[in-house]
Design a binder for this molecule. Sequence first.
Ligand code: ADP
Ligand code: MG
Length: 1005
Amino acid sequence: APGVASLVGGGGLNMEASLTARDRVGIQDFVLLDTYTSETACLDNLRKRFHENLIYTYIGTLLVSVNPYKELDIYSKKQMDTYMGVNFFELPPHIYALADNAFRTMMSEFNNHFILISGESGAGKTEASKKILQFYAVSCPSTKVLNNVRDRLLLSNPVLEAFGNAKTLKNDNSSRFGKYMDIQFDHQGGAVGGHILSYLLEKSRVVHQNHGERNFHIFYQLVEGGEEDLLRWLGLERNCKHYRYLVQGNCAKVSSINDKSDWKTVRKALSVIDLSESDIENLFGIIASVLHMGNIKFEADARGYAMLNNNQEMQWLLGIPNQVLQQGLTHRKIEAKSEEVFSPFSVDHAVYARDALAKAIYGRTFSWLVNKINESLANMDSSRKTVIGLLDIYGFEVFSVNSFEQFCINYCNEKLQQLFIELTLKSEQEEYEMEGIEWEPVPYFNNKIICDLVEEKFRGIISLLDEECLRPGEATDLTFLEKMEDKIGGHPHFVTHKLADQKTRKTLKRGDFRLLHYAGEVTYCVVGFLDKNNDLLYRNGKEVMRQSKNAIIKHCFPSTEPDSKRRPETVVTQFKNSLVGLTEILMMKEPWYVRCIKPNEAKQPGHFDDVLVRHQVKYLGLMEHLRVRRAGFAYRRKYEVFLQRYKPLCPDTWPNWKGTAAEGVRCLIKHLGYKSDEYKMGRTKIFIRHPRTLFATEDAFQVCKHKLATRIQAKYKGYKVKGDYLKQREAATKIETCWRGMMARRERQRRAWAVTDLLICSRFIKGFMNRHQPACTDNSEYLAFVRHSYLTRLKENLPKTILEKDSWLTPPPILQELLLKAQTSALFKGKKENYPFSVCRPFADTRICAEDISIKVLQMIQHEKVKYSVPVVKYDRNGFRPRLRQLIFTQEAAYLVEEAKIKQRIDYSSLKGVSVSNLSDNFLILHVTCDDSKQKGDLVLQCDFLFEALTKLSVIVNKQNCIHVVQGSVRFDIQPGREGFVDFKSGQESMVYRAKNGHLMVVSL
Ligand SMILES: Nc1ncnc2c1ncn2[C@@H]1O[C@H](COP(=O)(O)OP(=O)(O)O)[C@@H](O)[C@H]1O
Ligand SMILES: [Mg+2]
């Protein structure tokens, strides 16, 4: 069946195909849940998928992600490739699909996007944002410059995590700040820059940690991983237990965290993101100073005022003069009219001021770091760019006790929900408009009323809080509560103990107020609101900091900062303003959403806690989101796609529809009996209101598919059998043709041979008649035949040794040479170096033709029968001057001839022997017997046809061993009683010269 499915559906596990598997793995898009208002149905679907390791599910284009708490093999390079450039619904839901789709939409529409990742702590937000960043790092075009930007984007993460993340009870690597990161792309899709905004760092963690929690990672990394030198320089000891700011949670060491190796990563990353060495020194100076600061102790003097007693820590603090620092930590400056008065702190007060300073230092340094990263990510090119923003921000937080932080965070989520409603409804409306479908208003809950409750000017909770913080007189958290009861007591989303009815009152304490957020109710404890909102840093604390030698601190506490004349903005107002800024940034972009869910509190794989997940489904606003998505139509598809899949369901559209796709779909759904309120026909898409309509269609398709498969199979089988028959028939015809052709060719050849036979006969006869003529066209074929037949016979009748002259088959005249060559071989093979080169040179009868020998000479020697003649160079016996001569062998003697003169006659009987060297030269020395002193001496000759000449000579004189191959030097007689020498050697260049010792030196290659 799968094979058939792909035949029809076009392959791949696309969304429609997965509809089939919906019983087992649930559905991949919540929008297709028929009971979309049921939390239980939603939960069931999540659970089914979670247990199949399917952690991703869509709500339209929103991605729901459930933290698997184990490594899944779905983030490989191969997976990235799979999702690159593929349509959203063609593959199973994945974070890569969302990232890729955002990217491709940006490229094709040239607009800006953001991906909002939310979820409670530990749900996988930060991991998701890293996955997206990694996907872009791999999928975007790369060059050297772009890789540089890419590395910085990737490495900004470990740095920000070191300074902004900490272990909490919920997550060992919990981000303690909100993060919005822009990735800027050029028009080719290359990542060319980035920008980071951070929100609401949880500074209180610097000075206080709950049990089981830690301070920010960087402190532990420095103490555990810092090099010895560095620690010494910073006055630190390698022991976290020594630092009060590190031990309050009582868990400095955590098995899942390796501070040492993280330290190395961070150090490397810091230099990649462009921090100079002095920046880095200053940065660690600050981290160390915060640790030292935590160890400063105060004692009470007689009047109960705080004083500092020989605190060694002081010297390490940021290069601030001791006096100034002491004064700053124990006194507060009050301006009274024109006077400045220092009023001493109580011990408690001093501790509070110290902690405030530590928080301020850390918080401002964090902002400085974010700015630094931004400088390194800044894109200098001013050409137009598009961006994808990544927002990794706290989701709704609901604890048993909720305080100021939760209030801020949940307010943030209300704002983002507002944004979502506006953007989603807007885009939904736009799509309807584009498709020409009438917009019908749908009921959904608009949370604007809650946003107003919190942020409205003068009347909102934020305004009331600020008012209470700033007003003179004794303002407390409780007066703030009263004020709220007074001003907004009647609001339907606000309730307190006092305002509640009897039943609700039981669930509220006196100091509590409750907000009915869009995602559910949250009860806040009012204690600490004023203090946290004020975030007071005494003015002289800042002044003290300004005296620091640390460049970062100087930068963070500028002298231009307005003094206390005007109160600085409260924390909540700063936060509100930054949210307004964020909303503005996001409003101009196309939204994508990732909602993260954690399946259990124990960080365990495979465990799905229904209560916990139900809670998150609610607070993440998934149901609300689904409701908005479903406000209109559950399913929409391009006509072409819809028709392609479902056309087998109607005889008119199967197998092919001739008209337009829209007409085809109209015909199809008429056949299927869709009711008019179940669907709408847009310009390019069909909209189906309820999933059940689609499911019915899909189920019909599944049934039909099997029938269809049988039909297709039958058709195919028939087609295949017919095909086989045709193939066989074709093959038979081919064989027949070939056979006939071959027979015809054979016959033709036979006849041609008969003709040529005659020709060959006549040529053979002609050759025989001319066999004694010099080689010519008439006899060449015949001679070749003779040679061939002799050699064939010779092969069968070789003599035992080549020197048994008589036992050789008598060769035909043209092959006499062969015997001579055999002789040469016997004489020189393996003895003289240049012999091998002579083998292939044919011997000639003679080298000087009769006309070139002087007639006078010929007349004198003719009676002796001239056997062979060759030109030679003769070297004078005295002085070795070379002279051209002719060497002629007769039956009786060898003659050296100069033109018409016979210079020397050597009777073979007086020839003692011939010497040649073993090297590559062509010298020969003829030794003669000298009886009287008038006779000339030995002959020193050079002959180009040395082997030929000596072979002939040896045959003529019939002396086997008259030729000697010698090494080194040859002695010869210049004349009787006077000796000369020829020395042979090999060298780089062939040369003949008279050496200093009077020898003739012959150098050969
Ligand atoms: N997709 C995932 N695959 C495997 N483990 C994950 C995944 N997402 C999250 N985790 C695990 O959950 C932990 C918390 O995730 P994190 O992204 O830091 O949560 P959040 O940022 O939402 O607080 C991670 O350290 C990791 O161990
Ligand atoms: Mg996080």
